[in-house]
Design a protein around this ligand. Structure first.
Ligand code: PLP
Length: 406
């Protein structure tokens, strides 16, 4: 066990690590490790021969040694070079880190694997979460795997596949006529009555630790020399914040071969861009984004408790927050998949519109090493694309010459 304590993100207050905690003054907690002890226990070259999941980084994860994790084999997603897509954008070194191949088809499984493992370890039995979609699917799966009771609250227009996956995993799923913050209120107010544990983004300390492994994997996959730029679609922000935490831990461990950390680009849809607005105004906290609306359901988060953690990380990295246009989402999903065979989710499509903008105005160089995260699988978003495929009548002669012109 290398965890020393938990620490308030807002005022540094310390808390014991072996107990159940939520937030302090309404703001999240960091998990802190004895990194000198980690450095003595393991070296970067050890990881390659370990289990092919995020649990290979066990010294940098909160679950004590010897405790079995709740796992579905999450992590170690491929880092795919994208020469054809890169060429279309005029880039020489473009990569996609493809999280769509994780259990339940999104990176949310990383956070839930860590958080459900810790919840089980700490003796919790009943879990609840408000979700924009994928977090609910992931919690339902890991809750089922752990034999725990799960309650899920999602907007009534959440993608059908998210409703289905949660239902199939035996969770108690409820549709709410509102957004994720309305669902969050229902979870919060039901906590005393039903005694469930609130698994909301950043309301417990461990989902962030699971998501941190994206940063650790990138470091290992790039042979401990980080890329120049990372584009990440941000909603609640755990992905971005988690990676930034990982990079700092790696720096302290002195495992990185080059001192420079990547510039973090937080991408949102112009239909819901609270972090972009706050970034542009130079503010540390983000105001609620009114009338949030986007098919990139994971980004439909009008207000985030970790807003200042995101904005701090973006600024410290020398990156930026930028909105992609809602109307470019489906064209980019098709463009990326048809050039590279990678089925990107609407959230990631937003990153590509942002990337094109940043290349155009010179904020990203054409020879920089760039990683875009594909945070989820396109196949989960059947409502996002209206399809009109050509039909063939089996009783009529097929005009084969016409087929190539479709
Ligand atoms: C949740 C989600 C996001 C946003 O991630 P955060 O870490 O909450 O900012 C992006 N893409 C997909 C597919 C998601 O499910």
């Amino acid at each position: 066990m290398f965890v020393t304590h938990l620490e308030s993100t807002i005022d540094g207050t310390r808390f014991d690590a072996d107990r159940v905690w939520t937030v302090h003054q309404g703001r999240p907690l960091w998990v802190r490790y004895d990194l000198a002890a980690v450095k003595n226990a393991v070296k970067p070259s050890d990881f390659g021969s370990r289990v092919n999941s995020l649990w290979r980084y066990q010294e940098l994860l909160p679950l004590p040694k010897g405790v079995e994790p709740v796992t579905l084999g999450e992590g170690m997603s491929p880092l795919l070079a994208c020469p054809r897509l890169g060429k279309a954008l005029g880039l020489s070194r473009l990569y996609i880190k493809d999280e769509s191949q994780l259990p339940t088809g999104s990176f949310k499984s990383r956070g839930m694997a860590a958080a459900v493992s810790m919840a089980k370890h700490l003796g919790l039995k009943r879990l609840a979460v408000p979700t924009a979609g994928n977090a609910g699917g992931a919690l339902a799966a890991y809750g089922a795997r752990a034999g725990m009771e799960v309650f899920i609250f999602m907007p009534d227009d959440t993608p059908f596949i998210n409703q289905l996956e949660a239902y199939l995993c035996g969770a108690k799923v409820f549709l709410v006529n509102g957004l994720i913050n309305d669902c969050g209120k229902i979870v919060r107010e039901g906590t005393d009555k039903l005694g469930w544990f609130d698994m909301s983004t950043l309301k417990e300390p461990y989902r962030l630790e699971g998501k941190k492994t994206m940063g650790l994997e990138i470091a290992e996959q790039f042979a401990w020399k980080l890329p120049d730029v990372i584009l990440y679609p941000t909603g609640g922000g755990t992905g971005l914040i988690g990676m930034w935490k990982a990079f700092h831990e790696l720096q302290t461990l002195d495992w990185l071969k080059a001192p420079k950390l990547p510039r973090l680009v937080s991408c949102q849809s112009d239909g819901c861009a609270p972090i972009v607005r706050a970034f542009e105004k130079g503010e540390r906290f983000a105001a609620l984004f009114p009338n949030a609306n986007t098919v990139a359901s994971g980004l439909r988060v009008p207000m985030a408790v970790g807003d200042f953690m995101m904005l701090d990380a973006i600024k410290a990295s020398g990156g930026c927050a930028i909105a992609g246009r809602e109307e470019t989402i489906v064209p980019w999903m098709r463009r990326a998949a048809s050039l590279e065979g990678i089925a990107i989710c609407p959230e990631t499509a937003v990153c590509f519109d942002a990337l094109e903008k940043l290349i155009c105005d010179g904020r990203i160089g054409r020879d920089e090493e760039i990683v875009v995260f594909n945070t989820g699988a396109a196949q989960k978003y059947i409502e996002a694309v209206k399809l009109e495929l050509p039909r063939i009548d089996k009783n009529q002669t097929v005009d084969y010459d016409k087929l190539v012109h479709v």
